[in-house]
Design a binder for this molecule. Structure first.
Ligand code: SAM
Length: 307
């Protein structure tokens, strides 16, 4: 199905306030029916919320949130007196029908998550997809997002990056994804839990001890800190500590030209030896990284047959 292009929010006034570089507009929030508002909320510091976000939350009919006990703190702080409805990963698809019906009935609905931007490692993307299919407008009220905060404060180059969400728990899957990040020509950003960060760093220190990484912890909060260095140093730094709080991990990749300078066969041998993984796994990964069929690569590695 072709996706409808849709129109963004209906606003009464838009007043350009600058002609230097990007033009700023101020648009009062006019909540229109048949509209889903994606509203970013703080990632820790309650002060990190935009004027439009508060106005939107105050003007809509109800607010979808992951945990009503958590979001009520934000609502009370800003004197937002709107009903909260639970919308989390376990009821996301089940809730779609009633939400779409409410939007069709002319209700205006805001979607927030426990922290940051809804839809980023949080529920929301399925509902957005459904709204697009149903030709219901969506608009964004942008704001905090942990991955962007970590990247911009990391000191690593920001021109090219990929977001991995939460890293896999199983060791083999973790190693595979870490190897792909080392081959990525930019910064890979992952969300991590304090319980698993040491395990991830151990794996990284083993396969790529010199890779530059940054840990952004508890951003915007009292114990905010950034730990920069290579995987081995950072791990040594953290080894004695009982790490707590919320964490984003940024990993610098290796420039692509380094891989293009070697043949696919040499690449397999490198991955196999450097990262201590079996030949079969190395073949699978290199085929994936270079975008070539695994079978062809496998055949090219076989010794020539005797005539
Ligand atoms: N939707 C959110 C966003 O826009 O960033 C992310 C939600 S995700 C369920 C929560 C994860 O984001 C945490 O486990 C942590 O990895 C990261 N995170 C959220 N707040 C953070 C903070 N203040 N400092 C560091 N990492 C944070």
């Amino acid at each position: 199905m072709a996706w409808p292009s849709g129109k963004a929010g209906a606003c009464k006034a838009s007043i350009p306030s600058s002609n230097l570089g990007a033009t700023f507009f101020f648009t009062p929030v006019i909540v229109s029916p048949l509209m889903l508002f994606l509203v970013a909320t703080p990632i820790g510091n309650l002060g990190d919320i935009t004027y439009r976000a508060i106005e939107t939350l105050k003007s809509c009919d109800y607010i979808l949130c992951e945990d009503t006990r958590h979001s009520i703190i934000l609502l009370r702080h800003y004197d937002i007196k709107k009903p909260l409805r639970s919308f989390h990963k376990f009821n996301e698809s089940k809730s779609e029908d009633y939400i779409i019906q409410d939007l069709r009935d002319g209700k205006c609905i805001s979607l927030i998550s426990d922290a940051g931007t809804p839809g980023i490692a949080d529920p929301g993307s399925l509902l957005v997809k459904r709204c697009i299919e149903e030709e219901i407008s969506i608009t964004t009220i942008p704001g905090p997002c942990a991955l962007i905060g970590a990247l911009t404060a990391s000191g690593l180059p920001t021109n090219s990056f990929q977001f991995l969400g939460f890293l896999p728990k199983k060791e083999q899957a973790l190693i595979e994804i870490l190897i792909t990040t080392l081959h990525y020509q930019g910064i890979s950003i992952a969300y991590e839990s304090p319980k698993r960060i040491k395990k991830t760093l151990h794996a990284l220190a083993k396969i790529a001890p010199d890779t530059r990484i940054v840990i952004a912890r508890e951003m915007t909060k009292k114990f905010e800190e950034y730990i920069r260095g290579n995987a081995k140093d950072v791990l040594e730094n953290l080894s004695t500590l009982n790490i707590k709080g919320e964490i984003v991990l940024c990993i610098e990749g290796v420039a692509q030209h380094r891989w293009n300078a070697i043949t696919a066969q040499e690449h397999v041998a490198f991955v196999e030896k450097e990262y201590s993984i079996p030949r079969k796994e190395a073949l699978k990964l290199v085929a994936q990284l270079r975008g070539i069929p695994k079978r062809d690569l496998y055949k090219s590695m076989l010794p020539p047959r005797n005539q």
